[in-house]
Design a binder for this molecule. Structure first.
Ligand code: DQA
Length: 153
């Protein structure tokens, strides 16, 4: 008989230019590629009894639509809205549709960078924010979500 156990799903959403990780400003964002981060998240998810679905887009509307589709279907969201962090009311409004925990992640410490990066339209609708820990921020976010989803304090 097929194994039909399904683990709670975490949606990982990455915004514009994060598909270029590895070659994009490595002094700021490191040398790891997005596919490597996705693979590490999937491996960790297995240990945490979660499943992970990853989505990256350079288009604001596509990001909004993927977040809308998450309504009622995912147990948690990790989102790095990238440049849209600082501009997008539409992504913020889409996140407000969700009732699950949301963790905002940034590879760099946005508060140590240019002033226009200091404001996030997402932070006050997110459950928590990880900024400046590189790819580790995504992994820690997944661990934190596992504890929230399984009710471990
Ligand atoms: C980023 C920070 C943003 O300011 C920037 O526009 C990005 C990446 C980060 O992960 O550090 O594209 O979200």
């Amino acid at each position: 008989m097929a194994n039909d156990v399904t683990f709670p799903k975490v949606l990982v959403v990455n915004g514009p230019n994060l598909n270029m990780l590895g070659t994009r400003e490595p002094e700021v964002y490191g040398s790891t590629m997005l596919a490597d981060i996705d693979a590490e998240l999937c491996a960790l998810a297995e240990d945490l009894a979660l499943s992970v679905e990853t989505f990256q887009s350079n288009h604001e509307g596509a990001l909004v639509e993927r977040i809308q589709q998450a309504m009622g279907t995912v147990a948690g969201v990790i989102i790095n809205p990238a440049a849209y962090t600082h501009t997008s009311v539409a992504i913020r409004d889409a996140l407000l549709l969700l009732s699950c925990p949301i963790i905002e992640v940034h590879l760099s410490n946005i508060f140590k960078r240019e002033p226009f990066r200091h404001h996030s339209y997402v932070s006050d609708v997110a459950t928590a924010v990880m900024t400046g820990l590189g790819k580790e921020g995504y992994l820690l976010a997944l661990r934190a979500l596992a504890r929230m989803i399984y009710g471990v304090s």
